[in-house]
Structures are given as C-alpha cells and as structure tokens.
Design a protein around this ligand. Structure first.
Ligand code: AMP
Ligand code: MG
Length: 320
C-alpha cells in the first residue's frame, strides 16, 4: 500500500510518500521568516501559496492513481497552518476517492523514529520547536512522563539566537557557536521531578549577552545546561519505567552535543541510544504518511466530519 502524508503544523510544509517498507519520496517547502520568529499567519499564507505547486510536483513523480490513502497532521500545531493542511488533505481524499487519516504530529515523530531505528518499546525524548516531552508507552497508550513547563527547547534556542542577532532557525547556529565556547557561565538549572523549564534559562543567557559575555561561551553554557536537564529526566524515566532503550526524535535531535550526552548516559547504565537519520528528525511528510499507513492497517479512518484541526492535540489522546 502507498500512503501520502502532508505535514504543515508550523514551519515546514512537506509531503512524504511511503509504503510498508520504505520512504518513496519527501518534498519540502519550508517557510523561512524574513526576520524574527515564526509568524502563524505568515506561515499559513506561505503554506496556502505553495501547496498546489507542491502537490503537482509530487504527482509528477508518482501518479495520483498509485496513492491508496492520504494522511495529514491534524495537530498539535498552529491553527491557521493546520487548516491549510487539512483542507488540502480533504480535497485529495475526495478527488482521488481514497481514505483520509488524521495523524497526531507527536505520535508521527515517535513512529518514524521507531521504524527507522528498529526499536519497539523505548523511552522517547521528543525535542522540537514547540514541544519537549518524555514519552513512553504504558497501558496501551503513549503517555507523557515529563515535559517543559513553558517553552520547547527549540523555541528557547531560537529565541536566544535571535537575541544575539542570528537568523531563524537558531538551533544550528547556537550549536556552531558552542563548539568554540571556552568558559562555562553559570545558568539556572530547572528540573522539577520529571518536568523542566527553559524560559528562565533564556532570560539569564540574554542577561549574560547584555553584560558583554562572548556569544560562543553563552551558546556553550546554554547547551550544556539545557541538555543536562534533558539527559537527567530521560535517565529518570528509563529507571522508573525499567526500560533500556532511549530514542531521540524532533528537530533539536539533529544536535551532535545532545546526542553525545544522551549516548554517554545510556552507556553508563548499560542501555541503548537510538536516533533516526537527521532528515527524519525535524518535521517531514514521511512521518505523517507512515503513521497514517500504520493506523489505516489497524482499521483507522477519519471521516470528513472528524477531520477538524486540533491545535492542542495531545499524544495521550491517540488510541493505539
Ligand atoms: P521541528 O519543530 O521538530 O521541526 O524542530 C525545529 C527546531 O529544531 C527549531 O527550533 C530549530 O532551531 C531546531 N534545530 C534544528 N537543528 C538543530 C541543531 N542542530 N541543534 C539544535 N536545534 C536545532
Ligand atoms: Mg515537530
């Protein structure tokens, strides 16, 4: 069976086509803000402007008659962006007369990671722009065991980078700066049980910048502090759930220092660390297509009436 998936919860409008065994194609049309961060209305206008052309481009590589179902990211995400994606998915489903499947975006990050790494029941550290959560399966559902109390780690990195005059997305720029950091500057380390928070860390880092500290040292100190917090809660979840496998997913998972710290933590406790290829870490259409296909094979389908967008859709709501 061949599934087409549309992702567009925030910055990346992306279509992926997969079958049970492989990713057939992925095509992206990212929205890159001219200045500042992601503006929901501007992002949705971008998606609306390019989606027709993106669909035509995909169909020039794989004929529409070959597609057996269409999946779309139903939430969580930016409302105006989600509506563009849902409208396109409904139109394709009706036009091609194929089933429609609404997919939870966080669930899709987890599923593509499990698929690509061949790991069945891991503790998952999901770190992206808007989300940062520790997820694992228990009692037939994915549950969130810990999460950020304010902003996602990606947004925190983007915010700090912007403050230091760097263009969006800031994560990769902070990573590059951090490599030349020499001095660790003290920053607030905020872990509360299984939850954590990044806002205070951003504010404190901004103050260091105002005080004239080097960007490289700030970036380095920020990464060391924030990633230690994430490693601590990941380890606590592994111990508490008695699971030996840790899977890293989400756009911030591209960061080599984060991967290194998690790998060391896993090795210290004789566990295993997994991360999918970087191109499948950030938001992409293949993860939506694959998760939609899996759900469909288990008998799931979304009627037009149920295909409304869910900006606050939580992974715990997904019935597996
Ligand atoms: P996502 O929402 O899953 O697509 O992830 C997007 C986020 O990942 C943005 O906040 C980026 O700044 C962040 N990001 C991308 N690459 C890196 C990297 N190498 N290090 C840290 N953050 C990154
Ligand atoms: Mg994401």
């Amino acid at each position: 069976m061949i599934a087409l998936g549309i992702e567009g919860t925030a910055w990346n409008l992306s279509i992926g086509v997969v079958d049970e065994n492989r990713v057939i194609l992925v095509e992206d049309r990212p929205y890159i803000p001219k200045e500042g961060g992601i503006h929901p209305r501007e992002a949705s206008q971008h998606h609306a402007e390019v989606i027709g052309e993106l669909i035509r481009s995909v169909f020039s590589k794989i004929p529409p008659q070959k597609i057996d179902l269409v999946a779309f990211s139903q939430g969580p995400g930016l409302g105006p962006c989600l509506r563009i994606v849902a409208t396109a998915a409904r139109a394709l489903s009706l036009k091609l007369n194929i089933p429609l499947i609404g997919v939870n975006h966080c669930h899709a990050h987890v599923e593509i990671g499990r698929w690509m790494c061949g790991v069945s029941d891991p503790v998952v550290l999901y770190v992206s722009g808007g989300n940062s959560q520790i997820i694992s399966k228990k009692g037939g559902r994915y549950r969130v065991f810990g999460e950020t109390l304010d902003i996602g780690i990606g947004n925190a990195l983007d915010k700090l980078a912007r403050y230091m005059g760097l263009q969006h997305p800031g994560g990769p720029k902070i990573e590059k700066l951090a490599k030349n950091g020499r001095k660790y500057l003290k920053l607030p380390y905020v872990v509360k049980g299984m939850d954590f928070s990044f806002s205070g860390l951003v504010t404190a880092s901004q103050k260091l910048y105002d005080r004239g500290e080097r960007k490289e040292d700030i970036a380095y100190s920020f990464q060391e502090t924030a990633f230690s917090m994430l490693a601590e809660v990941s380890e606590r979840a592994m111990a508490y759930l008695e699971k030996d496998d840790l899977l890293l997913v989400g756009g911030v998972g591209a960061n080599k220092r984060l991967k290194e710290m998690l790998k060391i933590m896993c090795e210290d406790r004789e566990g295993n660390f997994y991360a999918p290829p970087t191109e499948f870490m950030g938001d992409n259409g293949a993860m939506i297509a694959y998760t939609g296909l899996k759900l469909f094979l288990k008998g799931r389908e979304t009627s037009i009436d149920e295909s409304f967008v869910k900006p606050d859709y939580r992974i715990e709501e997904v019935e597996l």
